[in-house]
Design a protein around this ligand. Structure first.
Ligand SMILES: C[S@@+](CC[C@H](N)C(=O)[O-])C[C@H]1O[C@@H](n2cnc3c(N)ncnc32)[C@H](O)[C@@H]1O
Length: 271
């Protein structure tokens, strides 16, 4: 099953591995009880230990995934929206592990191969969602809005949108098209959140990532999305954005603020 995962879909297994690591910490920022099962089922697509990533970028990515997972958990629950859409849900288990209020309908979009792999693992785990979960296989560079509507999405209802770990894998044009569609489908009171990051940053993260075989394989897939322009884009398209740096969030969660967490961060916006 893992062989059919496209390169970009394999990155979701890497994220699940990092969520499994965080879930084992006594001071964990969240507990993802399915992350280990995803990792175990998908580990054959991950690089062997010892290619240098573990010593260099591994801890950085682990710290980033821990912070972003917790940040988006809080964002989605605090949004108070009865309709939630996870764009590029990957192996995100929020539909199963968060305490949703009654009546929440949550849509998960990702590539068909990723969602098929995910559901096979979840079925094996006997996982039961804590909300109404609707899976929508779609390529987010194409007409995903029709698939979402056909699956029961109601554009008249305020929605909490999440694009976690996605935009960097899209070109600026595709990222702009995706967010334009999100804007068109968003009733007043809707929210959106995702990471933003200038493409060229002083911390040299990109150059460091490219210096390891795994990092090179992953960064080859990074097309940049909207880069650091995301907050401005949102402001120009009818949203009220707020930005949060990783360092500021790390401090709030009692984690060391690393120098390489200062560039970019997260944006949340209200329509
Ligand atoms: C780094 S993973 C993040 C997954 C999940 N949001 C998380 O944080 O665990 C990137 C995800 O984006 C998805 N993705 C990338 N390009 C996509 C596209 N054009 N259409 C649908 N999904 C896409 C991949 O399949 C993968 O699941």
């Amino acid at each position: 099953m893992t062989e059919s995962l496209p390169a970009v879909g394999r990155t979701a297994v890497g994220v699940a591995a990092l969520r499994a690591l965080e879930s084992r910490r006594p001071d964990r920022l969240f507990d993802d009880p399915y992350a280990t099962a995803f990792y175990e089922a998908g580990r054959s697509v991950l690089p062997e230990p010892g290619d240098g990533t573990r010593d260099g970028l591994g801890p950085l990515f682990a710290a980033q995934v821990a912070i972003r997972t917790r940040f988006y958990d809080d964002y989605l629950l605090d949004a108070g929206c009865a309709q939630v859409v996870l764009l590029a849900a990957g192996l995100d288990a929020r539909a199963f592990r968060l305490a949703w209020p009654p009546g929440v309908r949550l849509f998960e979009l990702d590539l068909p191969e990723v969602l098929a792999f995910k559901d096979q693992v979840l079925t094996g785990q006997g996982a039961q969602p804590s909300c109404e979960r609707v899976v929508v296989p779609a390529d987010l560079r194409e007409d995903w809005a029709s698939a979402l509507r056909d699956a029961g999405f109601d554009p008249g209802v305020p929605t909490a949108w999440l694009a976690e770990g996605l935009l960097v894998y899209l070109s600026a044009e595709d990222a702009g098209k995706l967010l334009t569609t999100v804007s068109e489908l968003s009733a007043p009171g809707s929210r959106v959140s995702f990471e933003h990051r200038p493409t060229d940053t002083a911390d040299g993260l990109l150059a460091r990532a490219r210096a390891t075989p795994t990092g090179e394989r992953v960064t080859r897939l990074w097309l940049g999305g909207l880069g650091g322009r995301a907050p401005e884009w949102l402001r120009d398209h009818g949203w009220r954005p707020t930005t949060h740096t990783r360092a500021e969030l790390a401090e709030g969660y009692g984690r060391p603020a690393r120098e390489d967490q200062t560039a970019g961060g997260f944006v949340t916006a209200v329509r």
